[in-house]
Write a protein that binds this ligand. Structure first.
Ligand SMILES: Cc1cc2nc3c(=O)[nH]c(=O)nc-3n(C[C@H](O)[C@H](O)[C@H](O)COP(=O)(O)OP(=O)(O)OC[C@H]3O[C@@H](n4cnc5c(N)ncnc54)[C@H](O)[C@@H]3O)c2cc1C
Length: 428
C-alpha cells in the first residue's frame, strides 16, 4: 500500500510538491527505473540528458525514502573506502587508489553542477567539519589532511586543534577537527524533487503510488505493477532499503537500519552563535552524531542508529540527550520535528552495484553515505547502460557477504556486530 510522506522538517518546507500519475496500462521505454530516490532520479537525469526514453516507477512519492529524509550532508567520505581500495586492487591494480580518491570528490561536483545548471533551489551550502570525539581520532584526521595535500586538494582542508575547533562550533565536546570547504550540505527533498522535474523536462516519465510487484527478466524486461507494466530494454532496481524484490539474488546482503533526526524550533540569534560558519558537522565515531542549520535557523540533528531494522519508538527522547550534551545552551529548546528513515547497510560497506540478469541491474547500499554516492552511482549506471561498463564492472566485481537466512537473521547479527565495534571504540 502506498504511504504518504513522513512528517518532517523537509516535507514541511517543500518548494513544489510532486504530483505524478499512477502507472496505468502498458508503456515502452529504453530504461525503466524502480524507485524514485536519489539513485533512481539521478540515473534518470543522466540518461535523459543523453536522449534515452526513461520511466521511473515509484511506490510512494518521489523522495519518499531515505533521499527525502536524510541529514543533507554531502560528504566526501565514502562508506567502505578502505575495503573498496583493497577489493578494487584485484580489478584495477595500482590504479584502484586513484579511482577511489576520485570517487571521493565526484559526488559534490555532480550535485553542484546540476544545481547550478538547472537552477534547483535546495539551500545548497559549502563547508563541513569532521570532529574528533576523542584525542585518538586526531591522527586519522591528520593523515587525511596529508593525503589531501599530497593530491593537490590541500587548499580545501584545514586541521583544527581543540581551541580552534571551538571557534567554528561552540561546543566543548570536540578535541579538534578537519574543516573541509569542498563538501556541501543541502535540503535533500527539494534536491530530489528538483532533479525529478529536470528529468521530466528532459522527457522522462515518472509514476508515483505505483509499487512494482515483479520484474520480468529476459531480452525485453519489464517492471510490473498492479495496474500497469513498463517494457524496456534495460531495468534498474533502485529501491534500496525499502524494496523486497528479487530476494533470491539480493536477500541477506543489505540490511535496513533506522536512523532518526530531530529539528528544533528556529533558534534566532542562537543559530549563528553555535555554528557561526554554517557548517555541517559530524563526528568520528563509528555510530556518529551529525547536524547542521536549516535555512530558517533550526538545528537539524541526527545520531545513532537502530540496527535491528525496526523503527525507534520515540526519536525525540532518543536524540534530545545527545543534542543537549553537544549544545547545553539549547537545553529545553522545543523540538518541532522528529522522524526516521531506513538506510541500507552492507557488511563491508562497499556500495552494491550489479546485475540480476543481462538486462536488469541494481544499485543500493551506501551505508549512510548516500547523498553524494547515489549521484556518483547515477553517473556510473547511466554510463553502463550506454555501454561504458568499466566503472560499473569495477564495483560489480567487489565481493559482498551473504548472511545465510539473512532476511531473518541479518539485522540481529548486524546489531550485535555494531554493538561490538562501539564497545571496542569506547575502550580505545
Ligand atoms: C535519517 C537518515 C539520515 C541520513 N543522512 C545522510 C547524510 O547526511 N548524508 C548522506 O550522504 N547520506 C545520508 N543518509 C543515507 C542516504 O539518504 C541514502 O543512502 C540515499 O538517500 C539512498 O538513496 P536511494 O535512492 O538509493 O534510496 P531511497 O531514497 O530510500 O529510495 C528508494 C525508493 O524506492 C522506492 N521503492 C521501494 N520499493 C519499491 C517498489 N517495489 N516499487 C517502486 N518503488 C519502490 C521507495 O518508495 C523509495 O522512494 C541518511 C539516511 C537516513 C535514513
Amino acid at each position: 500500500m502506498p504511504s504518504p510522506r513522513c512528517d518532517s522538517y523537509y516535507s514541511a518546507s517543500i518548494h513544489q510538491e510532486s504530483d505524478y500519475p499512477r502507472l496505468q496500462g502498458e508503456l515502452e521505454v529504453d530504461v525503466a527505473i524502480v524507485g524514485g530516490g536519489f539513485t533512481g532520479v539521478a540515473t534518470a537525469v543522466e540518461l535523459a540528458e543523453c536522449g534515452y526514453r526513461v520511466a521511473i516507477v515509484e511506490a510512494n512519492k518521489v523522495g519518499w525514502g531515505a533521499s527525502g529524509r536524510n541529514g543533507g550532508q554531502v560528504t566526501g567520505s565514502l562508506s567502505g573506502e578502505a575495503a573498496m581500495r583493497k577489493q578494487m586492487y584485484r580489478t584495477l591494480g595500482e590504479a584502484a587508489a586513484d579511482f577511489v580518491w576520485d570517487l571521493r570528490w565526484r559526488g559534490q561536483r555532480i550535485i553542484r553542477e546540476r544545481v547550478e545548471q538547472y537552477g534547483i533551489a535546495c539551500d545548497l551550502k559549502q563547508g563541513h567539519l569532521q570532529a574528533a570525539w576523542k584525542p585518538p581520532h586526531m591522527p586519522a584526521l591528520q593523515a587525511d589532511l596529508e593525503a589531501c595535500q599530497a593530491r593537490g586538494m590541500g587548499e580545501h582542508v584545514e586541521l583544527l586543534d581543540a581551541r580552534k575547533v571551538r571557534e567554528v562550533v561552540r561546543t566543548e565536546v570536540y578535541h579538534g577537527g578537519l574543516l573541509n570547504r569542498y563538501n556541501l550540505h543541502l535540503h535533500p527533498l527539494n534536491l530530489c524533487l528538483g532533479e525529478a522535474r529536470v528529468a521530466e523536462s528532459l522527457g522522462a516519465q515518472i509514476f508515483e503510488h505505483s509499487p512494482v510487484v515483479r520484474i520480468d527478466h529476459g531480452p525485453s524486461p519489464a517492471v510490473v505493477t498492479e495496474n500497469g507494466c513498463v517494457h524496456a530494454d534495460r531495468v534498474l532496481l533502485a529501491g534500496n532499503a525499502y524494496h523486497h524484490l528479487e530476494r533470491r539474488s539480493l536477500g541477506g546482503r543489505l540490511f535496513p537500519a533506522s536512523l532518526g533526526i530531530v529539528t528544533t524550533a528556529p533558534l534566532g540569534g542562537l543559530a549563528e552563535a553555535i555554528n557561526p560558519h554554517d557548517l555541517a558537522v559530524y563526528d568520528c565515531r563509528f555510530v556518529l552524531d551529525y547536524y547542521r542549520l536549516t535555512a530558517d535557523g533550526r538545528l537539524l540533528f541526527g545520531g545513532g542508529a537502530n540496527y535491528s531494522g525496526k523503527d525507534y519508538t520515540d526519536i525525540a527522547a532518543e536524540l534530545r540527550p545527545r543534542l543537549e550534551a553537544t549544545f547545553p545552551q539549547l537545553k529545553g529548546t522545543p523540538i518541532d520535528f522528529a522522524w526516521q528513515g531506513m538506510a541500507g547497510i552492507v557488511v563491508n560497506r562497499i556500495p552494491m552495484l550489479g546485475r540480476l540478469s543481462d538486462t536488469v541491474y541494481y544499485a543500493q547500499g551506501y551505508s549512510g553515505h548516500g547523498v553524494a554516492t547515489s549521484h556518483i552511482v547515477g553517473e556510473i549506471m547511466a554510463k553502463a547502460i550506454s555501454g561504458h561498463m568499466e566503472e560499473f564492472d569495477t564495483f560489480a566485481a567487489c565481493r559482498h557477504v551473504k548472511v545465510p537466512f539473512g532476511d531473518a537473521l541479518g539485522n540481529p547479527l548486524l546489531a550485535a556486530g555494531m554493538w561490538y565495534y562501539q564497545l571496542l571504540e569506547r575502550w580505545r
